[in-house]
Design a protein around this ligand. Structure first.
Ligand code: HEM
Length: 482
């Protein structure tokens, strides 16, 4: 006991903002936790200890401390906390995102990287991307002819839903199987529960009572039942075998089931497949659409950058009707625009929470096992010690810089880093590059009548993903050199 006491005396805790009994620092989270935590980190430093309800939580907010956590000590902190919202949606953590760190997760992740997210698969679904982008361009052409504004937030969201539905489930979003209103609501609610701050996440013993009283529990169950019915419908469709086109994710996963693939502790079952499909739906849809919307928003606010990126694309492509993935590789300035968008608007501003598995130290502070860990990549993107003029949208800062978004540079981490890094980075990046390149090639964009550049707002919406709160509405004008 004496030894233990001595050890504890040697341990240094990270600085903490003062909190209240029971709720701890929960009241300081506010509507946009990444922003509130950024303010706190300016005062308490790049490693802070907070208490959310009864859960000790460490927040790291600089590139150096992020590197400590995600690279040097990754193996100490690459598990996930058990959260109430994700539990039901992931069939008790059978998915990749929320599974604790164990052999099952390792094998599931490996097999999904091989079968679903591989460069080969990303190229195989390129015809799907082309078809959906073509549909979108046609709808913009109509609006351009009539000089009517389009809601880009909505259009870009339905573009990614269209691509994911076709690639994962082999069905058309606008087709007969999915009633698009219902489906929208299903996805919307699931997102809400995934990101909702649920009382049971902060008060493990009594929180469920609060969630039950507030009705959160009931709503969550309805959302899970809706999604479950959707997956079942997809399985039935695949059983009937009257589907055409490339092998989709459901085909690939059902094949693994048929081959009696063993993952960690047992065979792959329907629930495992459903949990992976949840990741694909909820991980794949929002993130790319959010990035494209923010990029276009920033370009509208910075006409110089807009002109430059459009010239690059138009000079490179010439008079082709469709841009190819090889063309995109040559669009260096476009890639800088996207990196700059991710610096200021990472779609997952606090990544996905991690749980510490065994004690380690950052900057001399002890972080004990079971601590919840957040990396504030939103704050890192705006850190004046790392970025000159951090508030400026300046893609040129990436000229002659080795910094990219692939998880090796801790200044820019839209996909996270380490063992838990996004396994679908290539798929997500391709969607964003291809979507934006087409949008900027075929159209010039104008603000609606009566609006000026200064009217464009940059407010973020609350939730797991920091999307643009107010919709981006613009008028397309067809680029005529085609
Ligand atoms: C622009 C697009 C995307 C961005 C910015 C993004 C970002 C992220 C981030 C920040 C994480 C957490 C990393 C961490 O904890 O360190 C993550 C994890 C994950 N993402 Fe993505 N993502 C994108 C696209 C996608 C797509 C298209 C899919 C699937 C089709 C996907 C599937 C996943 C999965 C399964 C995980 C969990 C990894 C694990 O816990 O082992 N993501 N993503």
């Amino acid at each position: 006991a004496l030894k233990l006491k001595k050890r504890q005396q040697h341990q240094r805790k990270p600085p903490s903002p003062p909190g209240f009994p029971i709720i701890g620092n929960l009241h300081q989270l506010g509507e946009l936790p990444h922003q509130s935590l950024w303010s706190l980190s300016k005062k308490y430093g790049p490693v802070m200890l907070l208490k959310f309800g009864s859960i000790p939580t460490v927040v790291v907010s600089s590139s150096e401390t992020a590197k400590q956590a995600l690279k040097i000590h990754d193996l100490h902190c690459c598990s996930r906390p058990s959260l109430a919202g994700p539990r039901a949606l992931s069939y008790n953590y059978l998915d990749i995102v929320f599974s604790p760190f164990n052999d099952y997760w390792k094998e599931l992740r490996r097999i999904c990287v091989q079968e679903l997210f591989s460069p080969k698969q990303v190229h195989l679904i390129q015809p799907i991307r082309e078809e959906e982008v073509k549909k979108l361009m046609n709808s913009f052409s109509e609006s351009a002819a009539q000089k009517t504004p389009v809601n880009l937030s909505e259009k870009l969201a339905s573009l990614t839903v269209g691509v994911i539905c076709k690639a994962a489930f082999g069905v058309s979003f606008q087709g007969t199987v999915l009633n698009s209103d219902n489906f929208d609501k299903l996805i919307h609610d699931a997102f809400l529960f995934l990101g909702s701050f649920s009382a049971s996440d902060y008060f493990p013993n009594v929180g469920w009572i609060i969630d039950w009283l507030t009705g959160l529990q009931g709503q969550r169950e309805r959302s899970v039942r809706g999604l479950d019915a959707f997956y079942e419908q997809m399985f039935d469709l695949h059983k009937q075998g009257n589907k055409e086109g490339v092998e989709d994710f459901v085909d690939l996963l059902l094949k693994l089931e048929k081959e009696e693939t063993v993952l960690g502790y047992g065979k792959l079952t329907r629930n495992h497949i459903k949990a992976v499909l949840m990741n694909v739906l909820l991980g794949g849809i929002g993130t790319s659409a959010i990035t494209m919307t923010w990029a276009l928003t920033e370009l509208m606010r910075n006409p110089r950058v807009m002109k430059k990126v459009q010239s690059e694309i138009r000079n490179q492509i010439g008079r082709k009707s469709m841009i190819s993935l090889d063309d995109i590789d040559q669009l260096h300035y476009l890639k800088m625009v996207i990196n700059e968008t991710w610096r200021l608007h990472p779609p997952a501003p606090l990544l996905v929470p991690r749980e510490v598995m065994s004690e380690f130290e950052i900057n001399g502070y002890t972080i004990p096992a079971k601590t919840r860990l957040y990396v504030n990549v939103w704050a890192i993107g705006r850190d004046p010690d790392t970025w000159k003029d951090p508030d400026e949208f300046l893609p040129e800062r990436f000229v002659n810089s080795n910094i990219d978004a692939k998880g090796q540079n801790f200044e820019l981490l839209p996909f996270g880093s380490g063992r838990r890094m996004c396994p679908a980075m290539y798929m997500g990046t391709t969607m964003v590059e291809f979507g934006l390149a087409n949008l900027l090639y075929h159209f010039d964009w104008k603000l609606p009548e009566g609006m000026v550049v200064e009217d464009i707002d940059m407010e973020e919406s609350p939730g797991l993903n920091a999307s643009k709160k107010n919709e981006l509405v613009l008028v397309p004008m067809k680029y005529l050199n085609q």
